[in-house]
Design a binder for this molecule. Structure first.
Ligand code: GTP
Ligand code: MG
Length: 305
């Protein structure tokens, strides 16, 4: 087969490299979830089960063997989650489908409306850019959630049509929306579920870290779009194993940078250092403030560690 006249088509498979020493951010976004959420009657403006399902699928991506535990953090809001594109999107979609019946037992998936996600990778060269990327998503979460909360209060409790509600909100700023929610609908926006206001952060936590009893159930995932963001760091170890693999494909060649050994002598393998025990947690915390990223905050050393 390898030598067939058709084998030339392989030449169209071009290398698809990523820059070394960068952070990869992969964002996954639900395709057509406006219609999908209607079909399955998601609660408005936020459906706790739909968002929790996104978080659980994200945990499967971050914690699964496919990605070797190399993803450092995932952030979700609505139908979006950011992380290596094809693998991540595929694991995420498969986990979403597998978990669906747990969250929507009375609304089976159909072939006509499959939950599918697109994914894109962006590379950033500094930690500050990665922090700003996550801040950007969380600001989006806040803006969308406040708008949607006000919009659906006007429609569902205020009896306005969708068009009227849209007009009512045109040109209003955050404080006006919050004031309207409080004075007309008795809703103090500060009391809204942090998952809706701040989105969900899925991250590894050292098991030795002392936690408040309910800290492990937090999430940062609000608002109107279902999306997931995953952040990878191109680890030196990963680059090394990739180049070693490439170098050993040529028969008898020693991996780059290593002296060749006499025949029959096996290279001594370096033992991997023992990793501290860690578990995945879902948090709904403020990533915009520097405190989260600095010493004593949860993000301390997350990207550089
Ligand atoms: N009711 C409800 N709808 C949601 C929820 N989360 C997301 N959605 C819907 O999903 C949509 C996601 O936004 P977009 O990603 O911009 O829209 P989309 O229809 O997925 O469009 P494309 O991503 O361009 O394919 C929102 O506009 C909502 O209609 C939720 O918790 N409840
Ligand atoms: Mg979408």
């Amino acid at each position: 087969m390898a030598g067939s006249r058709y084998a030339y088509v392989r030449n169209f498979e071009l290398p698809d490299p990523l820059l070394p020493s960068t952070f990869f951010v992969i964002r996954i976004d639900g395709k057509g979830f406006h219609g999908f959420s209607k079909l399955h009657n998601f609660d408005k403006p936020n459906d706790k089960n739909a968002l929790t399902l996104m978080n659980e699928a994200a945990k499967r991506v971050v914690g699964g063997r496919e990605l070797n535990g190399e993803c450092v953090l995932a952030f979700g809001e609505s139908d979006e989650y950011s992380k290596l594109v094809t693998l991540v999107v595929s694991v995420f979609s498969a986990a979403y489908v597998a978990l669906w019946p747990q969250y929507f037992p009375n609304s089976p998936l159909t072939l006509e409306e499959l939950p599918v996600f697109d994914g894109r990778v962006v590379q950033y060269t500094s930690e500050e850019e990665v922090r700003d990327y996550l801040r950007w998503r969380q600001v989006d979460t806040h803006i969308n959630n406040l708008y949607n909360t006000a919009f659906w209060a006007l429609v569902l409790q205020g009896g306005r049509t969708n068009l009227e509600a849209e007009k009512d909100l045109q040109g209003t700023i955050s404080s006006q929306k919050q004031e309207m929610l409080f004075s007309r609908f008795g809703l103090n926006y500060n009391t809204v579920d942090p998952m809706y206001k701040k989105g969900s952060i899925v991250m590894w936590e050292d098991e030795s870290r002392v936690e408040a009893p309910d800290a492990s159930v937090g999430v940062v995932t609000p608002s109107s779009k279902l999306e997931l963001t995953a952040v990878y760091r191109m680890m030196p170890a990963l680059q090394e194993s990739a180049s070693t693999e490439a170098a050993t494909t040529a028969e008898g060649a020693a991996p780059r940078g290593m002296p060749s050994l006499p025949p029959g002598v096996k290279p001594r393998m370096r033992k991997k250092p023992a990793k501290p025990k860690r578990r995945l947690v879902v948090l709904h915390e403020d990533l915009i403030n520097d405190a989260w990223w600095e010493e004593g905050g949860r993000g301390d050393g997350l990207l550089s560690g």
